[in-house]
Design a protein around this ligand. Structure first.
Ligand SMILES: [Cu+2]
Length: 414
């Protein structure tokens, strides 16, 4: 009986090991990277990314590409997310498969955190240099202190070549050109090995003799002094003095080799340059907005007034990175990520040109699988059933106007 029990125990252990090993090697391919699981109302009411452009879809190791675009810091920022007073323009990739060679907001280099103002639009650009071959889903992203990551739309970019060819040269202000990929690595390895070896030697010196029971007996019988000889004390002094000598000497040598060093540069960048969108001459009132549960669409009743001097049509509704277009008015030419682009997703009950001075109430339906795939439909689980988004109107000359909308979004169940 006991033998069988042992066997069962052994086999279950083996099975557990196999399962764990298998789990370690199982890497599912994810097509979105975090944003789907975030609260829908939060994604719709924080940062609106638009006019995004990924300069390349395939890039060899060491070549660069840019992600550029604009973002609106939504004025109706949710209470549960700290105001973006300390934010960082990031890039959402699985580790440094690219390195960020530069990032700019309003033309200013932003290696540090920045202060953003609610209601403002900013123009940004990130320069990426390819490092690790593979297919990567590259997102623009804003980290808000006290708020968390606000993930922009992601697009697949392929890196070709070999990572061993990657170099990251930088010329310092002392005139030396170094490769940041490997710079000072040997030095780090060397000093860690040296100190590890010294610690190991100290242990070895004592471990050569019996360590526990005999010493315990010696101490408990009052003969502790016999355990440390005069020779041992000399070795102890040698290690103590030796350590101080090595520290002092190597510190001196390092200061001599690198006479010019500066502290880490840090601190918040304020007064970021905003982007002035052309003054909008269209005004929009959201009379009501609903979405079917379950469903793949949302409906809005909009009262649109054209105060300009050219007739306009509604071409796009953009919320949480999902773009719903009316192909009769606007077609995307930026090769926006497929899964976020609803090329024919926007239906307007009457989308004939709205003449200057005219006001019209229309039914607008934004419908696409993305509404469900990106879990905007999960607004039903959110504690604040309100949405926000961008409407883009085009006039007869092709001039675009942007209007933000923001209203409660009421579910309908029948
Ligand atoms: Cu992704």
């Amino acid at each position: 009986m006991k033998i069988i029990k042992d066997k069962v125990a052994k086999l279950s252990f083996v099975a557990l090991l196999i399962t764990m090993t298998a789990a370690m090697f199982y890497a599912p391919t994810a097509s979105a990277h975090g944003e789907k699981s975030q609260a829908a109302f939060m994604r719709m009411r924080t940062i609106h990314w638009f006019d995004l452009n990924w300069s390349k879809e395939e890039v060899p190791v060491n070549d660069t590409m840019t992600i550029s675009g604009k973002f609106l810091v939504f004025a109706g920022w949710p209470e549960t997310v700290d105001k973006p007073e300390v934010s960082f323009l990031n890039i959402g990739i699985p580790g440094p498969v690219f390195i960020r060679a530069g990032s700019w907001i309003g033309g200013q280099l932003v290696p540090r955190s920045v202060s953003l103002e609610l209601g403002e639009v900013y123009e940004f650009k990130v320069l990426l240099k390819a490092r690790r071959p593979g297919d990567w889903h590259v997102h623009s992203m804003m980290n808000v202190q006290g708020g968390g990551p606000i993930i922009g739309p992601g697009k697949w970019v392929t890196i070709t070549g070999s990572m061993s060819e990657f170099v990251n040269p930088v010329t310092t202000l002392t005139g030396q050109t170094i490769n940041l990929e490997t710079y000072a690595l040997d030095n780090v390895y060397f000093w860690h090995a040296v100190w590890f070896a010294i610690a190991f030697a100290w242990l070895l010196f004592w471990v050569k003799r019996p360590i526990f029971v005999p010493r315990h007996i010696a101490v408990s019988t009052g003969k502790a002094d016999t355990l440390i000889s005069a020779g041992d004390k000399k070795v102890g002094m040698l290690f103590a003095v030796g350590t101080m000598v090595i520290v002092a000497a190597s510190m001196g040598a390092t200061n001599e080799k690198y006479p010019v060093t500066t502290p880490l540069q840090a601190g918040l960048l304020r007064g970021m340059k905003t982007y002035q969108m052309p003054e909008s001459t269209v005004s929009v009132k959201v009379d009501d907005a609903t979405y079917r549960v379950p469903g793949r669409a949302m409906q809005m009743t909009l009262t649109i007034t054209n105060n300009g001097d050219s007739a306009v049509r509604l071409g796009e509704f953009n919320t949480a990175g999902v773009r719903f277009l009316d192909p009769a008015v606007h077609e995307d030419e930026t090769s926006y990520p497929d899964d976020l682009l609803a090329e024919e997703g926007l239906t307007v009950s009457d989308n004939s040109p709205l003449a200057p001075g005219e006001t019209r109430t229309v039914e607008v339906t934004a419908s696409d699988a993305a509404w469900e795939v990106y879990r905007l439909a999960d607004l039903i689980y959110d504690p604040d059933s309100r949405f926000a988004g961008l409407l883009f109107f085009w006039d007869e000359n092709g001039t675009r106007q942007m209007v933000t909308v923001d209203a409660p979004l009421i579910p309908s169940f029948i």
